[in-house]
Ligand binder design. Structure first.
Ligand code: IPM
Ligand code: MG
Length: 366
């Protein structure tokens, strides 16, 4: 099969981790007889440096021409990078938000799974970890606070700022349907997270989610307030299957979920619209503090490439091959620094490796 993949290497550790995912894709292509063609797309800080804009029209057109886009990460150090002297809508993050909106990528899937091999890297107590956990955060990605009207202005001699959180029922319905559909393929439970004890937008969210649930009598729905959800994620993460939530809550809870699975370096993601197109990216940031050191964990990006094969190209056995290879590498004790056993845990059979070694080890086991 011929596959046209847009590649956004981006900033910070982005180029390093994307190179490893491309290496793995090439090996999968050779093994299974696929032709992966790559079109390099500029976005984020590197695009600002080259064009003055974090996301050009040309970049959006390139992404639209691709079957799928693989993205590393964008952004720099907010204290030191000149990108953060620019107005907010010219900064690297505006590129990411812009591409999500331009391609209508409203459904952001972030699977947080604790590999049993990484129990030792999990910061939670053994009795909480138990047999491990496996959840998927379904985050709404093109609405809410991220895209609402906002302003900084002066009122009666004082500067004030506001942001607005708006959802209409259609936006809620389409993401809820995605959550219930995917729950059916998992353990048939949806936890819808909101702040319905305070926010109108959450009360509408709850009502629409309940309407959608009526068509899925085989899926259990529960509602949870976001503050409680943050607590339950560390108290009893096993209870979660699919977590359905709005943009900002999903941003926060997905970082928390990644940490309870050991590291944000393991958390892949897919951003989807109503077509087969998807933007696939690790959920972690550009980590400018470790960029160029060759120590970043490429697994989240490689897992994102596996999601791309599964969702956009319907290549289940190829995606399985990647996931199995990662499992083998972890079984054999190889770890990047972020998934090393926590202090005090047994590290006797563990070997620390860098970014490119991790990519090579996975390729060898495909
Ligand atoms: C994420 C990131 C982005 C977000 C930032 C970089 C704008 O944190 O993908 O979770 O907040 O959505
Ligand atoms: Mg985030």
């Amino acid at each position: 099969m011929d596959c046209n993949i847009g590649v956004i290497r981006g900033d910070g550790i982005g180029p390093e981790i994307v190179s490893e995912a491309v290496k793995v894709l090439d090996a999968v292509g050779a093994k299974f007889g696929h032709n992966f063609k790559y079109d390099e797309i500029l976005m984020g800080g590197c695009s600002i440096d080259a064009t003055g804009e974090p996301l050009t029209k040309e970049a959006i057109e390139q992404a639209k021409r691709a079957d799928a886009v693989l993205l590393g990460s964008i952004g720099g150090d907010a204290k030191t990078s000149p990108w953060y002297k620019l107005p907010a809508d010219k900064r690297p993050e505006a590129g990411l938000l812009g591409i999500r909106k331009a391609l209508h990528l409203f459904a952001n899937l972030r699977p947080a799974y604790l590999y049993p091999q990484l129990n030792e890297a999990c910061p939670l107590r053994d009795d909480i970890i138990g047999d491990g956990f496996d959840m998927l955060i379904m985050r709404e990605l093109t609405g809410g606070l991220y895209f609402g009207k906002r302003e900084t202005r002066e009122v009666n001699g004082k500067i004030e700022a506001y942001d607005t959180l708006t959802y209409n029922e259609d936006e809620i319905r389409r993401i809820a349907i995605k959550a219930f559909d995917i729950a059916r393929k998992r353990r048939s439970k949806v936890t819808s997270v909101d702040k319905a004890n305070v926010l109108d937008s959450s009360r509408l969210w709850r009502k629409v989610v309940e309407e959608v649930a009526a068509d899925y009598s085989d899926v259990t729905l529960e509602h949870m307030l976001v503050d409680n959800a943050a607590m339950q994620l560390v108290k009893d993460p096993k209870q979660f299957d699919v977590i359905l939530t709005e943009n900002m809550f999903g941003d926060i809870l997905s970082d928390e979920a990644s940490m309870v699975t050991g590291s944000i370096g393991m958390l892949s993601s897919a951003s989807l619209n109503e077509t087969k197109f998807g933007l696939y990216e690790p959920s972690g940031g550009s980590a400018p503090d470790i960029a160029g050191k060759g120590i970043a964990n490429p697994i989240a990006t490689i897992l994102s490439a596996a999601m791309m094969l599964r969702f956009t190209f319907d290549m289940d056995k190829e995606a399985d091959a990647i996931e199995n290879a990662i499992n083998k590498v972890l079984d054999e004790g190889y770890r990047t620094i972020d998934i090393m056993p926590a202090p005090g845990k047994d590290a006797s059979s563990i070997k620390q490796v860098g970014t490119t070694d991790m990519g090579d080890l996975i390729v060898e086991r495909l």
